[in-house]
Design a protein around this ligand. Structure first.
Ligand code: PEP
Ligand code: MG
Length: 584
């Protein structure tokens, strides 16, 4: 008899609904599925086990050296990891599981690790109980290498709900075939975390803020996620599952809007507003053209480095940029240099341990130290950009000096290639830079505002942390004042300015941002026709006049009510008729 179902409450990160079987990621040992191999593959699997053990040991040794020089980590723990990886009992059991039970390497590592963990947990001393946590770490590390070595994407053959018992990261989605991922449940992860941004662009609902997931959900449990309400139903009743399914009206409506908006959009009083696409993966370009992007406002090129164990060659990068430019057929694209760091650290990148990665060595800060790596990206980009309509944007700029140095490197690369320097812009996402925007104006060709990072840095609320999500609020009065000043500064200098943070793609903010003077929105492709539809109902002059009254509002709650009323008053029932879910 199946156990009765129950409900868990979390926080909406990406709205929507999904039903599937629970699949645990990130805590490798919790996954129960087993994969068999044939006898002739045994030798190969054992050889690979030894290879990945050496790689893992190499990683820990590097960390150990760093820990010893920086006193940043407890070095003794790293010695223990190495010890376990060399433990003849552990090695022997994995080898035996592969050769006698004929399980593949991944399954064998999971089974043996689980067995060790059970034994550690049942031991009487706290020393051994602590070792069970070490075993989880080692198991995850080894399995990450199994995946990486195979360079494979895991193919689900049935709909799954990903269960992530820690902070949700982009690779949790990138490792799998996305079409089978119906929803994600995670312990931590905010609405604008990079993983949430990816999930949103693939319409994967996400609920966050549920701890101890493995004590409620077991691998293979049927789970229904209603992310609109932030609710997870574990083992739902058949009467509920029978009713679940995508609302066909939503797709049909979106399809109709998509066809309608294969053209530029103007406000009711004739102001042209551009609605551009944010893209991350090569296949997103097709989404951008499908959803009628007026151009691309942000290419997150660092995703080129996902699931790889080496830096992509100049030629591979050249091909990627060429594909984008060709598919955009003359429409303009803004390509952002790799924003490495924070929660986006490529497997192969030798990143020092950081206490606060989002405040650490990231983007332009890495660029200015690892110029050769970025020059390779620049060469590929500039070569691909010949005869195409594109610009280059630099992320995480803090000071003008930093920006001038970056510009010099870009100019030097272009001159070495005998090519004129393309248009260059700054992604304003660090508070200091946005407050100094006026000073930057003479030195840039265009600006974009990265509200995702800007909000987290201004409010000291980690964008990945669901617990402090209540402080992470794009309609905070002081934040809106900064956005207004930023747009006005760029406009007064005649420099194009866009917003490419998630705020721009939220249909509940379209009217507000138009009223603040924004004329370039860069959003997830799926939302382009929705944002265009809303813009077509706006009178620009009236929106400016009405939004200017927001200056007098001093509290977030008041702003929220005011915005709801404004949307209703100026847009009537437009928002309620569109395929969007409440997400103010
Ligand atoms: C931002 O910070 O708003 C932005 C667009 O960059 P990312 O989300 O990639 O950090
Ligand atoms: Mg950013």
């Amino acid at each position: 008899m199946t156990k009765r179902g129950f409900r868990l409450n979390g926080i909406t990160v990406v709205p929507g609904k999904g039903l599937g079987k629970a699949f645990f990621v990130g805590r490798a040992i919790e996954q129960a599925s087993t994969v068999s191999i044939s006898r002739q593959d045994v030798g190969d699997q054992i050889m690979r086990f030894n290879e990945i053990r050496e790689k893992a040991k190499g990683d820990y040794r590097k960390l150990l050296e760093k820990a010893e020089s920086e006193s940043s980590l407890d070095a003794s723990i790293l010695n223990i990891y190495e010890h376990i990886l060399d433990d003849p009992a552990f090695i022997g059991q994995v080898v035996e599981t592969i050769s006698t039970k004929l399980y593949d390497l991944e399954t064998s590592i999971r089974l043996v690790s689980s067995d060790f963990i059970k034994r550690f947990n049942s031991a009487g001393t706290s020393y051994f109980r602590e070792r069970s946590g070490d075993m989880v770490e080692i198991c995850e590390k080894l399995i990450a290498y199994v995946d990486l070595d195979e360079g494979r994407m895991k193919e689900f053959i049935e709909p799954v709900v990903l269960v992530v018992s820690r902070t949700f990261t982009p690779s949790d989605i990138l490792k799998y075939n996305k079409d089978m991922i119906q929803a994600v449940i995670t312990t931590s992860g905010g609405k604008t975390s990079h993983a949430a941004i990816l999930a949103r662009s693939y319409s994967i609902p996400v609920v966050s803020g549920i701890s101890n997931l493995s004590s409620y959900i077991h691998p293979g449990d049927v789970v229904y996620v209603d992310a609109d309400k932030g609710v997870v139903q574990v083992r739902p009743s058949s009467s509920l599952t029978g009713k679940i399914g995508k609302a066909p009206a939503t797709d049909a409506q979106l399809e109709a809007l998509r066809k309608k908006w294969d053209r530029p959009v103007y406000t009711r009083d004739g102001i042209h507003i551009e609605v551009l696409a944010n893209i991350s993966l090569p296949e997103d370009v097709d989404q951008a053209t499908r959803y009628c992007a007026d151009g691309i406002g942000l290419v997150r090129t660092e995703y080129l480095l996902s699931n790889r164990n080496t830096f992509p060659s100049e030629d591979a990068q050249f091909e990627y940029y060429t594909t984008i430019f060709q598919k955009m057929k003359g429409k303009h694209s803004i390509v952002r240099l790799m924003d490495i760091g924070g929660d986006k650290i490529p497997e192969f990148f030798d990143m020092p341990f950081e206490q606060n990665p989002f405040m650490g060595w990231r983007a332009i800060r890495i660029f200015l130290e690892r110029k050769e790596m970025f020059k390779e990206q620049l060469r590929a980009l500039i070569r691909a950009g010949k005869k195409h309509n594109y610009s280059i944007m630099v992320p995480m700029v803090t000071t003008l000096e930093e920006w001038l140095q970056a510009k010099d490197v870009i100019a030097e690369t272009a001159s070495e290639m005998n090519v004129t320097v393309p248009q260059l812009g700054v992604l304003f996402e660090v508070p200091l830079a946005i407050l100094e925007m006026d000073t930057f104006m003479k030195a840039i060709d265009f600006a974009s505002i990265g509200t995702n990072d800007l909000i987290q840095y201004l409010s000291a609320a980690d964008r990945n942390n669901a617990k402090v999500n209540y402080l992470y609020n794009p309609i905070e009065p002081a934040f809106l004042k900064i956005i207004r000043i930023a747009i006005e500064t760029a406009n007064s200098h005649g420099k194009p300015v866009s917003i490419c943070g998630e705020m721009a793609g939220n249909p509940y903010h379209t009217l507000l941002l138009t009223g603040l003077g924004l004329r370039k929105f860069s959003v997830v492709p799926r939302n382009i026709p929705i944002v265009k539809e809303i813009i077509s109902h706006i009178n620009y002059a009236e929106a400016s006049e009405n939004v200017s009254h927001a200056e007098a509002i001093i509290s977030t709650n008041e702003m929220q009510t005011w915005l709801k009323n404004l949307n209703k008053r100026m847009l009537g029932d437009t928002l309620t008729k569109l395929p969007v879910t409440a997400d103010v």
